[in-house]
Design a protein around this ligand. Structure first.
Ligand code: KIV
Ligand code: ZN
Length: 500
């Protein structure tokens, strides 16, 4: 049997970007579009050009910046929308207009105050009009999930006759059950006479947590384009996530379907989207969540270390995740602790391991999870102690209504350097003061503050990602003073690239 191709249509920059608070500027959208191209996405929905000048401009610029994927622009079944979309797609090397209209009775009666015949006419007219501008026209039957199958088949047949190359069957409200959605796709395959002239697409929302299941059911019944977003972001509860569909297809070879996705790029792109959109990924999110490959119980950890496949169906490196992501907690065994230390090239004999393990259990009783710095400290290998750059002192003035000021003293290879600066807050001022001493182009990419326990006098942990010379370096700091912890993390990251 020949393996079928599933086209991946990414709508992170359209449906995903509709989420309140997730708006991106054009430069950020181009960055994501280029990463989607590198990952192997077939179609990028770049925006809804008539909706705003910003969206129009983003579609223009993404069209210029991207070469291989088809660039798609959304419209309503309205001539003006279609004209504006065609104009925005002017520079796209491969272009598609995505037009459509609501087909469920809810939409026909309440949204359009219309009737079924008139909606078919409007759908056909929109496709014919879009065909005047581009060859590749995709039609969406909004709320197809709640549209009567006989009527949906009539609409689909009419738009394919009018020239639609792709027919998108959205479960707009995330209502369908997987079996019901699969039967809908099969119904279209079996009852639309010209269905072989178009590709069927799924576009499932996650209101009841069934977006991925519905998409998969659609694929198993004949859909060959899946509309998805990175991290599953999108309207309300979001869309089907790209990473889940790509990995399901990769893991289940028996489906005889393949995608063009380079899955090793998934994790980095997930973080990029999360950072640029200020939208954290839930820790237990399948494939890309912080805990997706983190085994914390001793039994699981021991099993994974003996043979990964005992508890893991995905090799973390297949999605671009480091192999040392096993979380250490009070339930972790010696094997996990030994493994993690060995990843840092710390090899202990049984007696020393027992001692470190005893200290580890004590610490694990008070801290929720134990990081690499903790265990290195327990093993007497405090990496900050041997660092080339050390923080000697930090003084900060900050408050409400004043600009924060910081002065910093650094010991660099035994010599003292001092710097002072202002900033938008105490951490910004302290980092600016370090930059006065070390004048390299360093970009702070991720900044995460965590309290270790609940009291206000407890230690705060800071994790940072700093970009230098095109690479990302991780820094960690822990201190009762959160500004000091932040600066320690920043200096830790600098020490990593200055050591190279
Ligand atoms: O959810 C939906 O129906 C949509 C369409 C515009 C494709 O996003
Ligand atoms: Zn949608």
């Amino acid at each position: 049997m020949l393996t079928d191709k599933l086209y991946i249509f990414d709508t992170t920059l359209r449906d995903g970007e509709q989420v309140p608070g997730c708006q991106l500027n054009t430069v950020e959208k181009i960055e994501i579009a280029k990463a989607l191209e590198l990952m192997g996405v077939d179609i990028i929905e770049a925006g809804f050009p008539v909706s705003s000048p910003g969206d129009f401009n983003s579609v223009v610029e993404i069209s210029k910046a991207v070469t291989w994927p088809v660039i798609c622009a959304l419209t309503r079944a309205v001539p003006k929308d279609i004209e504006v979309a065609a104009e925005a797609l002017k520079y796209a090397k491969h272009k598609r207009i995505h037009t459509g209209i609501g087909t469920s009775d809810y939409h026909i009666q309440h949204k359009f105050n219309s009737n079924r015949d008139e909606i078919v006419e409007r759908a056909v007219a929109a496709v014919k009009y879009a065909k005047k501008f581009v060859e590749d026209v995709q039609f969406y039957a909004e709320d197809a999930g709640r549209t009567d199958n006989e009527y949906l088949a009539r609409v689909v047949e009419a738009v394919i006759k009018a020239g639609a190359t792709v027919v998108n069957i959205p479960d707009t409200t995330g209502y369908c059950l997987p079996d019901e959605f699969g039967r809908k796709i099969r119904f279209l395959k079996e009852n639309v006479s010209n269905i072989d002239k178009a590709i069927i697409a799924t576009h499932c929302h996650n209101d009841l947590g069934m977006a991925t299941a519905n998409t998969l059911s659609g694929i198993m019944n004949g859909a060959r384009q899946a509309e998805v977003t990175i991290n599953g972001i999108g309207e309300r509860a979001g869309n089907t996530s790209l990473e889940e569909i790509a990995m399901i297809i990769k893991c289940h070879r028996e489906l005889d379907i393949e995608t063009n996705i380079n899955t090793r790029k998934i994790y980095a792109l997930s973080r990029k989207v999360s950072n640029l959109m200020n939208m954290p990924v839930q820790p237990n999110k399948a494939i890309v969540g912080r805990n997706a490959f983190a085994h914390s119980s001793g039994i699981h950890q021991d099993g994974v270390l003996k043979n990964r496949e005992s508890y893991e169906i995905i090799d973390p490196t297949d999605v671009g995740v480091d192999e040392n992501s096993i979380v250490l907690t009070a339930r972790s065994g010696r094997a996990a602790l030994k493994h993690r230390l060995e990843l840092h090239r710390v090899f202990l004999d049984q007696e020393s391991l027992d001692k470190v393990y005893a200290g580890f259990l004590q610490l694990a009783d008070t801290k929720k999870d134990i990081n690499d710095d903790d265990i290195l400290m327990l093993a007497g290998k405090d990496r900050h102690a041997n660092a080339r750059i050390k923080l000697e002192y930090l003084q900060v003035t900050s408050g409400i209504g004043i600009r924060a000021l910081a002065s910093v003293g650094l010991d660099i290879a035994g010599e003292r350097f001092e710097g002072a600066s202002s900033g938008n807050g105490p951490v910004d001022a302290a980092i600016n003061a370090v930059k006065k001493i070390i004048s390299r182009t360093m970009i702070l990419k991720e900044f995460l503050i965590q309290a270790i326990t609940k009291g206000s006098d407890d230690i705060g942990k800071v994790h940072m990602q700093v970009e230098y010379d095109g690479r990302i370096y991780y820094g960690f700091g822990a201190n009762t003073d959160i500004v000091a912890a932040s600066l320690e993390a920043y200096i830790d990251a600098i020490n990593k690239f200055s050591a190279e």
